[in-house]
Ligand binder design. Structure first.
Ligand SMILES: Cc1cc2nc3c(=O)[nH]c(=O)nc-3n(C[C@H](O)[C@H](O)[C@H](O)COP(=O)(O)OP(=O)(O)OC[C@H]3O[C@@H](n4cnc5c(N)ncnc54)[C@H](O)[C@@H]3O)c2cc1C
Length: 271
């Protein structure tokens, strides 16, 4: 059985909406390794840690001395060496997320010293326009990408399309609206799928993120159509969204990117 130690501490916890958190984790007594925007870290807690009371009972319960570990995309800038920030949703039937949600500032957890992942800008030409599409916490890698490059004079067009059920689930909305004003070529398109439940009428995009692509919302904002010759598309979050969007993009001539066969579609499925 893997034995880990609580080598990190929670330094900030913000509840964006019920069950949706922005958390900062700092290493204790060791240095974070360098990482690239878009990569992920691994967090862990022993199964003996308490579960969030609103989550389902675990049947059968995990053995208390088992260490539970899961991957989380880093939302903080890769220029930030003191902590990593993660954007966490609690899966009610889940194993680790109901336990991470119970941590309070000052409490310890395990943070893997190895940060990895290929969902980065490494294989994207510097002048290529970028469309970054996310559902839910799939926004995290884009926050790291945008925060890391905020002061770079980017001539290319960027678009972030973020889908959630409700407006109150659109984490980082204030920061993205601010970035949009600071970066003239950044377009931020929040989209919600349950507008009927909004307390005040929602005047933005409705439906799913792939509907935003189909309705040519980005084309209208950029003043030109994103094509495979000018644009790379990043997709992160719900696997069904990724599969559906890849199909639409392939119909327009975009191709999945692999190390061996370069293309314009990059994705990270969370499950
Ligand atoms: C590379 C990578 C990066 C990831 N980054 C993040 C992140 O930044 N934030 C984050 O919250 N999760 C992220 N995940 C998912 C995370 O690793 C866990 O799977 C998630 O927290 C659920 O773990 P669990 O032990 O509670 O549930 P498990 O017992 O492992 O149950 C997994 C089930 O939970 C559901 N699920 C998993 N992730 C999500 C999610 N994000 N939203 C809704 N349902 C989900 C799926 O139905 C999945 O089958 C990432 C996964 C990968 C592979």
């Amino acid at each position: 059985m893997v034995q880990l130690e609580r080598n990190a501490v929670l330094t900030q916890k913000v509840e964006v909406a019920p069950g949706l958190f922005i958390m900062r984790v700092a290493p204790v007594g060791w240095q974070l390794p360098p990482f690239k925007p878009g990569q992920f870290a691994v967090l862990g807690l022993p199964a003996s840690s308490p579960r969030h009371p609103l989550c389902d009972l675990e049947e059968p319960p995990e053995k208390p001395d088992t260490w539970l570990r899961r991957s989380y995309s880093i939302a903080s800038s890769s220029r930030e060496g003191e902590f990593i920030e993660v954007y966490l949703t609690v899966v009610r039937s889940g194993t680790l997320s109901p336990r991470l949600a119970m941590l309070e500032v000052g409490e310890r957890l395990w943070l893997g010293a190895r940060i990895s992942g290929l969902f980065t800008f490494d294989e994207v030409p510097k002048t290529t326009d970028l469309v970054m599409i996310a559902t839910g916490t799939g926004l995290a890698p884009y926050m790291s990408m945008l925060r890391t490059t905020l002061d770079e004079r980017d001539e290319r067009h960027l678009a972030v399309v973020h889908g959630a059920r409700h407006s109150w689930d659109l984490g980082y909305r204030g920061e993205l609206l601010t970035m949009e004003r600071l970066r003239p070529k950044l377009t931020y398109v929040p989209v919600i799928s349950r507008p009927a439940e909004e307390p005040v009428p929602w005047t933005g995009e409705v439906g799913y993120v792939q509907d935003v692509w189909r309705r040519r919302v980005i084309d209208a904002r950029w003043g030109h159509r994103p094509t495979p010759s000018s644009t790379h598309v990043f997709l992160c979050g719900h696997p069904e969204m990724i599969d559906a969007t890849v199909r639409i993009l392939e119909g327009e001539g975009f191709r999945e990117h692999t190390r061996l066969v370069p293309g314009e579609i990059h994705y990270e499925k969370y499950w």
